[in-house]
Design a protein. Structure first.
Lengths: 464, 235
């Protein structure tokens, strides 16, 4: 992760020439689905699943709720583009222009300093993947999912799109049809990773679609932390990210998934993330959503084992022209499960932030305990914030507490900071950083610093 | 400006003249206390619409004791500048009632004020769907709104779905909502049982305490007594 950022736009908006795009095409049909599968030399069962997903995609309509997606032209998207012919095991082997992009994002440096392993995806394919030797020896698998499909079909096949079926919605079906690249992470029973793993997804070309699939299996009693970062340059043409994340947290395991999404402000980020949490296991989602034109993202935990628990922590920043429709879903199925949701949103310059949540206590989920807290900060009179929390209770033993608030930066706080010599936007940025501190403190230091810096950059000129 | 006396309007679904759809306007600086008692099933969905002019005040009390599947109450409110609304709903379902309620509160003017509270006690196989949407429009700067849901659920057959929505389009506002489920703690239950109260008597006391809270702000003592009697009768 790069530490010294000169400007938000100058970092993410730089892009490379994309000669490889001449081999790709716009739009989606069955022929392209078959082509992707053939290109990757996939087993027959995967082709069948892709075709089934494509069938569901064609049948499903756009969501009838949420942000306006009517301007998203699915025919104007490139669904598959291969920027590099082979995956590198060393940064030296990565094509120079792509390597430069990741250098600017600080990925190789972070790998050396703090990470157990790194994956880097550029357009539709993973161009670099590595895992420290000590973790390989412990049986940890950290691969590009395309590679894992060939090497570990016995692990991939029973889990792939099981907790995130194509039938969920139109974009999960689309994802199932054209997914490419992504991460496969397998932590054997009892193995505890002290350092986090990271994957970075970069869309470079104009009108690109990225559909990486992240499949994570944390075996009994294992522990790990995985971080995803995402970005894309701005072209003034729509791009689409419809990734998928599936996590299986087995008995007694603990897993933290952190992500900081900084898509360009002409990208549609329609992402799906779901976790199946077994007996006594714990799942944590920590997320920051900053970029994109429209984001629809509601990480979901399904608590199927007795004593399973989940934490959902998220922050969304909606600036000019942006809609951040984010939230959390927790489905309590087993007894004695618990969940904690903390969401923060900031709206500015006409941005629209929404918290859309679902807490679903199924019949038989005795003694479920749920806490939901969501706070919204509105920085000007043009912005808006909506909160739509749905609470379904089918077991009367549940104890649920939901609390939400919305407001502006207090005049007293601003006065105090100004009296200490801070400029108006510095003071506002400090208050906003304090507002999101419950989330940033859960991120690794570098991401936390990064998120605070992004807030400061977004806040420049926002007051007065 | 001196306000007029409080006007009181009471509607009961058991009243033969009960209308399914009605609209009310509370005029500038006037105060209305509105009470709806749902003590008989209605044949079709019902709606009530309120417009609160500048400086008007509405205290809305809604008591739901009867409901069957397919029944639906839809409430809408427009609250203009300086107007105030205090809405309190009590829902008691002990058998197979199926309550379905939706209420929109549109705060459209500066310094408008709202407190919306819904309490429900469900037992047996009672069901509740309740959506309260507080919409603070761009012009409603310096408004102060809050919506709270409390559910007390007893028994394996009850079902509840609540959505306390909060849609804010103005930045200089105070707005909050909460929703929660509550049960008597084991210690509290033990204490009451040790005083010789049966579970049924404990529930009865609980409902009566909710009823007392519900009627606290009602102006007319006779109406208060009638509501308590009605709730006792339903137990």
């Amino acid at each position: 992760m790069k530490k010294n950022i000169e400007s938000h736009d100058s970092l993410w908006d730089e892009y490379n020439p994309s000669e490889y795009m001449k081999d790709s095409r716009l739009g989606l049909d069955e022929k392209l689905v078959r082509f992707i599968s053939k290109e990757k030399n996939e087993p027959e069962w995967m082709l069948e699943r892709r075709l089934e997903s494509f069938r569901v995609y064609q049948e499903k309509a756009f969501p009838t709720w949420g942000p306006d997606l009517s301007k998203l032209n699915l025919e104007g998207i490139t669904y598959y583009a291969k920027a590099s012919d082979k995956q590198a095991e060393s940064w030296d082997d990565v094509p120079e222009d792509i390597k430069n992009t990741f250098n600017k994002l600080g990925i190789p440096q972070a790998e050396q300093e703090v990470l157990a392993g790194v994956g880097a995806q550029y357009e539709s394919t993973v161009i670099y993947h590595s895992l420290k030797e000590e973790y390989k020896k412990k049986g940890v698998i950290f691969e590009d999912l395309d590679v894992a499909l060939q090497k570990y079909p016995e692990l991939v096949k029973p889990h792939f799109m099981r907790v995130m079926p194509p039938s969920l919605h139109k974009f999960s079906a689309l994802h199932g049809a054209v997914w490419s690249g992504g991460t496969f992470l397998y932590i054997p029973a009892g193995v505890k990773l002290e350092q986090p793993l990271q994957a970075y997804f970069r869309m470079n070309a104009k009108g690109m679609g990225q559909f990486e699939h992240t499949l994570i299996i944390i075996e009994k009693g294992a522990e790990a932390h995985y971080i995803e970062g995402c970005s894309a340059p701005r072209y003034g043409a729509d791009s689409l990210h419809a990734g998928g994340v599936e996590v299986y947290v087995e008995e007694g395991a603990r897993f933290r998934y952190s992500s900081v999404e900084s898509w360009s402000k002409d990208a549609y980020n329609l992402n799906t993330k779901r976790a199946l949490v077994k007996k006594g296991a714990h799942m944590e989602w920590v997320g920051g959503n900053f970029g994109s034109n429209v984001t629809m993202l509601y990480p979901c935990s399904i608590l199927v084992g007795e004593g399973a628990s989940a934490d959902h922590l998220g922050v969304a920043f909606a600036g000019e022209g942006q809609t951040q429709d984010t939230g959390a879903k927790v489905i309590h199925i087993a007894k004695n499960t618990s969940s904690n949701i903390v969401m923060k949103s900031i709206s500015k310059g006409g941005g629209k932030a929404l918290y859309r949540g679902l807490v679903d206590i199924k019949e038989g989920a005795e003694n479920a305990v749920v806490s939901v807290k969501c706070d919204a900060l509105l920085l000007d009179e043009f912005s808006s914030s909506d909160t739509v929390p749905v609470i379904k209770i089918n077991d009367s033993s549940a104890a649920i507490a939901h609390e939400a608030s919305a407001g502006k930066i207090s005049a007293e706080d601003m006065f105090y900071l100004r009296s200490r010599g801070l400029k108006e936007d510095e003071a506002a940025a400090m208050i906003v950083n304090g507002f999101i501190e419950p989330i940033t403190k859960e991120l690794p230091l570098e991401y936390s610093v990064e998120m605070n810096r992004m807030i400061e950059l977004e806040m420049e000129g926002s007051v007065g | 400006m001196k306000k007029s006396l409080v006007e009181i309007l009471i509607e009961r679904t058991s009243d033969k003249n009960f209308k399914l759809s009605r609209s009310f306007k509370v005029e500038k600086n006037k105060t209305l206390q509105y009470l709806l008692i749902v003590d008989k099933n209605i044949s079709d969905p019902a709606s009530r619409s309120f417009i609160l002019d500048k400086g008007a005040s509405l205290s809305s009390y809604r008591l739901f004791l009867k409901a069957k599947e397919g029944e639906f109450f839809n409430f809408s409110h427009e609250i203009k500048a300086g107007a105030k609304i205090a809405s309190r709903s009590l829902i008691v379902g002990l058998k197979k009632e199926n309550f379905s309620l939706k209420a929109d509160y549109n705060f459209s003017g500066e310094k408008s004020f709202g407190r919306i509270k819904t309490e429900a006690l469900l037992a047996g196989e009672a069901k509740l769907y309740s959506a309260d949407n507080v919409n603070v429009l761009a012009a409603a700067q310096k408004s102060d709104t809050r919506v709270d849901h409390s559910l007390i659920l007893e028994g394996p057959g009850v079902r509840g779905e609540v959505t306390p929505g909060l849609n804010i389009s103005a930045n200089d506002v105070k707005a909050g909502h909460s929703a929660g489920t509550f049960r008597l703690k084991a210690e509290e239950l033990f204490y009451l049982r040790s005083r010789g109260l049966s579970p049924e008597e404990i529930r009865r006391l609980f409902i009566l305490s909710l009823a007392n809270n519900f009627t606290t702000g009602l102006v007319d003592k006779k109406v208060k007594e009638d509501i308590i009697k009605l709730i006792k009768k339903s137990l």
